[in-house]
Design a protein around this ligand. Structure first.
Ligand SMILES: Nc1ncnc2c1ncn2[C@@H]1O[C@H](COP(=O)(O)OP(=O)(O)OP(=O)(O)O)[C@@H](O)[C@H]1O
Length: 213
C-alpha cells in the first residue's frame, strides 16, 4: 500500500487508470494525500496516494527474466515487465521458482521442439530463458536425486493456457523418462496420447475458452 510522504514533486509514479489499468507520469504537485500527476500520455490526473505506486526508472526496456530482481514487485511493475517481454514474444517469466506464462494465442513451435528439450536437459535452473521444460527438469531431477515425489501446480483463469502448459510439462517428462519401448509405442507417445482421453472426460465451453476442462 502506498503511503503519504513517499512521493515528492518530481517522483516517477504509476497511477491507476480506468481504461488501461496503469499509466506512468511525474508528480507535479503534492497536497496532503492528493497528488497531481502529469502523465506521459499527456493526461493530467489528480489521485490519492493510495492508488499511486513508485515507478522504477532504471529497469531495462526489455524487462527482466526473473521478477524478484525488480526494485518494486507491485502490480504495475509486474504488468509492465510482462508486457515488455510479451512484446518481444517472450511469453515466459520467472518470479523466483514460479513460472508465469502469458498466452501467446499463436503457435510457437520453435519453443517446444526436441532441440529445446535437449537444451533444458540438465541445465542449471535460471541459466536458460524461463520455460516449462526448466520447471519439469527441476521436478524430475529433485525426484531422481532425492527420491521425493514432486508436484507442479498449474493455475490460471479459463483460457490462460493451463492445458497447453501441462502438455509441455508432460512432453518433457515423457522425453526424460520415456526411453523404454512397450507394445511398439514409446512411453512418451503413450503419455502424450492419454491427454485427449483425459480432456474428453470433462470438456466444456467457457466464455474464454471453447476447449475448457
Ligand atoms: N503456450 C501456448 N502456445 C500457443 N497457444 C497457446 C499456449 N497457451 C495457450 N494457448 C492457446 O490458448 C488456448 C487456451 O489455452 P488452454 O486450453 O491451455 O487454457 P486453460 O487454462 O487450460 O483453460 P480452461 O481452464 O478453460 O481449460 C489454447 O487452445 C491455445 O490456442
Amino acid at each position: 500500500m502506498a503511503s503519504m510522504g513517499r512521493f515528492t514533486v518530481g517522483s516517477h509514479v504509476w497511477v491507476e487508470d480506468a481504461d488501461v489499468a496503469w499509466i506512468d507520469g511525474l508528480v507535479e504537485e503534492v497536497h496532503g494525500d492528493e497528488l497531481i500527476i502529469n502523465c506521459t500520455s499527456g493526461k493530467k490526473v489528480t489521485a490519492n496516494v493510495s492508488s499511486v505506486y513508485p515507478k522504477d526508472v532504471e529497469v531495462k526496456r526489455s524487462g527482466v527474466e526473473d521478477m524478484t530482481r525488480l526494485a518494486y514487485l507491485h502490480e504495475p511493475g509486474v504488468l509492465r515487465n510482462l508486457k515488455s517481454r510479451y512484446g518481444m514474444n517472450e511469453i515466459y517469466t520467472y518470479t523466483g521458482n514460479i513460472l508465469i506464462a502469458v498466452n501467446p494465442f499463436q503457435r510457437l513451435p520453435h519453443l517446444y521442439n526436441d532441440h529445446m528439450m535437449e537444451m533444458y536437459k540438465g541445465a542449471e535452473f535460471g541459466e536458460l530463458s524461463p520455460h516449462p521444460f526448466a520447471m519439469a527438469d527441476r521436478a524430475y531431477r529433485l525426484m531422481m536425486n532425492y527420491g521425493i515425489s514432486q508436484a507442479i501446480l498449474v493455475s490460471g483463469e479459463s483460457g490462460a493456457g493451463k492445458t497447453e502448459s501441462t502438455k509441455m510439462l508432460m512432453q518433457y517428462l515423457a522425453f526424460m523418462g520415456g526411453k523404454v519401448e512397450s507394445g511398439g509405442r514409446s512411453v512418451q507417445q503413450q503419455v502424450l496420447e492419454s491427454n485427449p482421453v483425459l480432456e474428453a472426460f470433462g470438456n466444456a465451453k467457457t466464455v474464454r475458452n471453447n476447449n475448457s476442462r
